[in-house]
Design a protein around this ligand. Structure first.
Ligand code: HEC
Ligand code: HEC
Length: 291
C-alpha cells in the first residue's frame, strides 16, 4: 500500500488502542462509592461501583497483547513485524513439508518406463488424482474432452502419443496454428474444401465439388495435413480421415473452422509440476487410450 495509506492505517490502529486505554483509565475512578449514580430506569438503580479488578486488568492485558502482536507480526500498515512472518512464506514452508512427505511417493516410479507404469494400478490411482487436479477442468474428469479440448481416451493424437511426444506436450505445452482461409479462398472454394473434407472422412459428399476441393486441398492444406489427409504430428495438424473431430464434424462446423481458423492451446506444466509427477501423468494419459 502507499506510504500515505500505510500511515493512515498505523495512526488509526494505534489511535484506537490509545483511546480505549484512556477510556478504561478514566472510568476506573468512582466519585461516590457505595452510592447510586442517580440513574434509574423502571425502578432499577445503578450503583457507582468501580470496574471489577479482573475485568480491568484483563482488558489492559489484551491491549498489551494487541501491541505485542502488532510489533511481532505484520499488522501496522507496511511495517513487516519483527518476526518476518509472511503468508506466502508460510505456504512455501508447508509446501516444502508436503513435498518432503509425498515427493518420494512420486519419485519411486521415475525409473519405470511409461508403458509399463501405465499398467501399475497404484501409480495410475496417483495419476488419476493428478489429472483431476490439473487437467480435468479442460479435458473432463474422464479425459473425454469437449469441443476444442481433445478427447484423450480415443486414438486420435494431434501431437503424437509416444512417451517423448506426450512428455513434450505436457512439459512445454502446444500451440496449434490452423490458418483462417476466408481471405484466401472465396465462399465457393470454402464450400468445395468442406465437401472434400467430408469425403476424406469417409462420408457422403457432392462429388464434383469435392473434386474441385481436392485441388485446393493439394495446394493449400497438404503441407500440414498430408497429401492423404492423415495429419502431421510435428505441427499438431489432425488426421482428417478418421471422422474424429476436435471442433465438430458437421458441414457447418467444418466450414466455420476453414473460414476462421483455430488456435488451440495446451498449457505447459514444466514450471508447475515436477518431472516425477509429469512422468506419472504421461503414463496416465497412455492408460486412458489403452483401456
Ligand atoms: C499451417 C498448417 C495448416 C494448414 C496449412 C492447414 N491446417 Fe488445418 N489444421 C492445422 C492445425 C494445427 C489444426 C488443429 C487446430 C487446433 O488444434 O486448434 C488444424 C485443424 C483443422 C481442422 C479441424 C479438425 C478437427 O478435428 O476439428 C480442419 C477441418 C482442417 N484443419 C482443415 C484444413 C483445410 C481444409 C486446410 C486447407 C484449406 C487446412 N486445414 C490447412 C494446421 C493446418
Ligand atoms: C487450460 C486448458 C487445459 C489444461 C488445464 C490442460 N490441457 Fe491438455 N490440451 C488443451 C488443449 C486446448 C489442447 C489441444 C491443443 C491443440 O489444439 O492442439 C490440449 C492438448 C493435450 C494433449 C495432446 C492431445 C493430442 O491429440 O495430441 C495432451 C496429451 C494433453 N492435452 C494432456 C493434458 C494433461 C495430462 C493435462 C494436465 C496436466 C492437461 N492436458 C491440461 C487444454 C488443456
Amino acid at each position: 500500500m502507499s506510504t500515505g495509506f500505510s500511515l493512515f492505517v498505523i495512526l488509526g490502529t494505534l489511535g484506537t488502542l490509545v483511546v480505549i486505554t484512556a477510556l478504561l483509565l478514566l472510568n476506573r475512578k468512582v466519585t461516590n462509592p457505595g452510592q447510586t449514580t442517580g440513574h434509574e430506569f423502571d425502578g432499577i438503580e445503578e450503583y457507582d461501583n468501580p470496574l471489577p479488578a479482573w475485568w480491568f486488568w484483563g482488558f489492559l492485558l489484551s491491549i498489551a497483547f494487541a501491541l505485542g502482536y502488532l510489533i511481532y507480526y505484520p499488522g501496522l500498515g507496511n511495517f513487516k513485524g519483527l518476526s518476518g512472518w509472511t503468508s506466502a512464506g508460510q505456504l512455501a514452508q508447508q509446501q516444502a513439508e508436503a513435498e518432503e512427505r509425498y515427493g518420494p511417493v512420486f519419485a519411486q516410479y521415475r525409473e519405470i518406463p511409461v508403458h509399463e507404469l501405465a499398467t501399475i494400478p497404484a501409480a495410475m490411482r496417483m495419476g488419476q488424482r493428478l489429472f483431476a487436479n490439473n487437467c480435468a477442468q479442460c479435458h473432463g474428469s474422464a479425459g473425454t474432452g469437449a469441443p476444442g479440448f481433445p478427447n484423450l481416451t480415443d486414438n486420435e493424437w494431434q501431437w503424437g502419443n509416444s512417451a517423448e511426444q506426450i512428455a513434450q506436450t505436457l512439459n512445454n505445452g502446444r500451440q496449434a496454428v490452423m490458418p483462417a482461409w476466408s481471405g484466401v479462398v472465396n465462399a465457393i472454394g470454402i464450400r468445395n474444401l468442406t465437401e472434400y473434407v467430408m469425403q476424406l472422412s469417409g462420408r457422403e459428399a457432392v462429388s464434383d465439388q469435392a473434386q474441385a476441393g481436392q485441388q485446393e486441398y493439394n495446394r493449400l492444406c497438404a503441407a500440414c495435413h498430408g497429401a492423404d489427409g492423415s495429419g502431421q504430428p510435428m505441427l499438431g495438424a489432425p488426421d482428417l480421415t478418421n471422422n474424429i473431430w476436435l471442433y465438430g464434424g458437421s458441414r457447418e462446423q467444418i466450414t466455420d473452422v476453414l473460414r476462421h481458423g483455430r488456435n488451440g492451446q495446451m498449457p505447459g506444466f514444466a514450471g508447475r509440476l515436477d518431472e516425477n509427477r509429469l512422468h506419472i501423468l504421461n503414463a496416465y494419459v497412455q492408460s486412458l487410450s489403452t483401456q
